[in-house]
Design a binder for this molecule. Structure first.
Ligand code: ME8
Length: 636
């Protein structure tokens, strides 16, 4: 059995805020890392940020910050979020780290020297949002990005290319010889089909933006984000630097390296990354675990689609554990999972408040009430004990098996087999009846011990995801956290509980209607200040067609004209700043658009009752003329 574990999340683009969809991978890897630590394996958990590229440059411009100031801000916000979410990573890499930049630039030169990278011209469509090039056949309708649906840009520029074709056969052979290289199998088959369809060499540099690592031998080129990003998995371990101990320990001499990624970045990790490693003669040590997406009822959850749910909104209302539980429980490795508030509240009530929270409160209250707050393994057995212990043993074994294989959802389900069995054991043994019968004292002791010991086993099994609840239970049982381990975990291992402390409710029951009303109200709260207006606001503007029947210069202002405008059977006076562009005589007879419901106001002493609409780019100005519609017609 392996003694070490290296697990990585993708590094998140610094351009967007973390929503619960992409926080999924980080929670899942944290659960896996905690499990491995509990198996006494030396574990290195890596996460971080992808901070270069056009997308981030644009986001920084929009925020009015330099790219560096922008990514610094996002990185510190992200770290703070992970801390709140009990994410216990060992290293947080940023692609703007000097060491990372230096190593990536060197790796690029090495690939160039070996002729694995060559200079050519790229011509094709580029999606800034996904930082990806697409061929014509891959594009969606109207040349939109096949992944995110946004418009792509046609780009033609000198570029460096990584030779992929050269390695296609070698990669296929590797995948065939390593059946568990890509998990689950459906994703593996997808990758095989993609390679068999023929690989195009990959564009790996850009000249049209600046924010990135420069090619040392040709600084006009910036290394395109995927070489930069993928290498984080090695630079974080010190690869290519003076001190590469961690690279030796966790990559070269380790059988358990896991890259956990969403299905949208499968190709990059399953094809481009191993080919880069092959070209550099670095052994492929990793396995790829590919998860689906968290969807909402209108598709993939993402900030750009406007359907994102943010972790802090859930944490502020339900606590960190509830969110970690939901993410761990709801997303199977292979498929997508649906997020809805209804489902969240249902799961919370059924599994956290009822099955677990209630169980813990009841057991601790009973052991205090009936046994003075202590429990010791007894010598009497009830007819239900064998079954309880059998389910405990199976549940421990299966939970560990599922965690080992990154089947986190199944691991939770296996543990819950036991949680439910313990609840049933209370009903079967009815301690409140035993407590009334003096002769049943020893049986009651046994039942209480079995229940408390069950809580201990459960607290260990849930510790990778319900981090706080697990600690609270163990604290109440007065068990040192250092004693907690999955190795040799067995029912009956801990034989005496001299003092069981009272405990507050772990999860208070929620009322579904209240929660739905809360989120509905939250969604209705006014949008942050923007220059957008609602349709209702726009519809308040009354625009009618008017015919200019006379026009003359304003007596006191060179820039203004005073016109009489006939609108239907009414004539209004309008003062407009158009004298620089129009001779008043040429306006007579023109039909124009007039805003007619502005409050009348005096402009340099002359009353203006409306506004004539013009198109302007500041250098030129043009009245918007109407050809056929009659004076008085409505513009809408
Ligand atoms: O792709 N459900 O970064 P990223 C589940 N920088 N997972 C989701 C999700 C959802 N609704 N939305 C996003 C990048 N993700 C690159 C990675 S790694 C060398 C470079 C997941 O911030 C997505 O599938 O766009 C991906 O695995 C991760 O969040 C990072 O996405």
């Amino acid at each position: 059995m392996c003694k070490k574990c290296y697990v990585t999340t993708p590094i998140y683009y610094a351009s967007g805020k973390i929503q619960i969809g992409n926080s999924y991978t980080t929670v899942a890897c944290d659960v896996f890392a905690r499990f491995n630590r509990q198996m006494n394996r030396k574990t290195f958990y890596l996460t971080g940020m992808d901070e270069h590229g056009q997308k981030i440059e644009e986001a920084a411009n929009k925020a009015g910050l330099t790219p560096k100031a922008f990514v610094d801000k996002v990185a510190s916000e992200t770290k703070a979020l992970w801390q709140t979410m009990n994410i216990n990573y060992d290293y947080f890499i940023r692609t703007t780290d000097k060491n990372h930049e230096e190593v990536v630039a060197n790796v690029f030169e090495k690939l160039l020297a070996n002729d694995d990278i060559y200079l050519g011209t790229y011509s094709g469509n580029y999606c800034v949002s996904c930082e990806t090039f697409f061929t014509k056949t891959q594009l969606g309708e109207n040349d939109t990005c096949p992944d995110c649906g946004k418009p792509t840009k046609l780009v033609s520029e000198e570029s460096y290319f990584l030779r992929l074709k050269k390695y296609a056969d070698k990669l296929l052979a590797y995948i065939n010889e390593h059946p568990d290289f890509i998990v689950p199998e459906t994703r593996r088959n997808e990758v095989i089909a993609f390679i068999e369809a023929g690989l195009e060499d990959l564009c790996v540099s850009r000249t049209s933006f600046d924010w990135g690592i420069k090619v040392k031998s040709n600084p006009r080129h910036v290394i395109y984000v995927w070489i930069d990003a993928l290498f984080n998995y090695l630079t974080a371990l010190g690869y290519g630097s003076k001190n590469d101990d961690k690279y030796q320990e966790f990559w070269l001499n380790n059988d358990a390296v896991y890259h956990v990624v969403g299905k949208d970045i499968l190709r990059f990790h399953a094809i481009y990354w191993p080919i880069m490693l092959m070209a550099l003669d670095i052994p492929i040590r990793f396995k790829l675990y590919v998860h689906g997406w968290i969807l909402t009822k209108d598709g993939k959850m993402s900030k750009s689609r406007g359907n994102a749910v943010y972790p802090m909104d859930m944490i502020n209302r339900y606590g960190v554990d509830a969110l970690r539980y939901y993410l761990t429980k709801e997303l199977p490795l292979g498929n997508d999972g649906l997020f809805s508030y209804e489902r969240f509240v249902e799961r919370y009530n059924a599994e956290l408040a009822n099955d677990l929270g209630n169980l813990v409160s009841r057991v601790i209250a009973m052991v205090n009430k009936y046994c003075g707050g202590s429990a010791t393994m007894g010598f009497v057995r009830t007819p239900y004990d064998d079954s309880l212990i059998e389910v405990a043993t199976t549940s421990i074994k299966n939970t560990i098996f599922c965690f080992e294989n990154f089947r986190l959802q199944d691991a939770v389900a296996e543990t819950w087999q036991f949680v439910r069995r313990v609840n049933k054991y209370i009903d079967e043994t009815a301690p409140w009846v035993l407590a009334k019968d003096e002769k049943a004292y020893n049986t009651l002791q046994t039942v209480m011990y079995n229940l408390v010991e069950s809580l201990r086993v459960i607290a260990v099994l849930i510790s990778p995801y319900l981090v706080d609840a697990s600690k609270k239970i163990l604290k109440a049982l007065n068990i040192a956290l250092d004693d907690v381990s999955f190795v040799n975990l067995a029912f009956g291992e801990h034989q005496s509980y001299p003092k069981v402390d009272k405990i507050d409710n772990l999860f208070n029951r929620l009322i579904l209607e209240d929660e739905l009303a809360y989120f509905a109200k939250k969604e209705e709260t006014p949008l942050p200040k923007t220059d957008m207006i609602s349709i209702d606001e726009f519809m308040k503007t009354k625009i009618l067609v008017g015919k200019i029947i006379s026009s003359k210069k304003h007596p006191d202002a060179d820039k203004l004209l005073v016109s009489q405008v006939e609108i239907g059977n009414k004539v209004i006076q309008v003062v407009s700043g158009i004298a620089k562009y129009y001779d008043p005589a040429t306006l007579i007879g023109k039909k124009v658009m007039v805003v007619t419901n502005l409050l009348p106001q005096k402009v340099r002493g002359i009353l203006s009752e409306g506004m004539i609409l013009c198109a302007t780019d500041n250098d030129t100005l043009e009245l918007i003329e109407i050809k056929d519609a009659k004076s008085g017609a409505v513009v809408k």
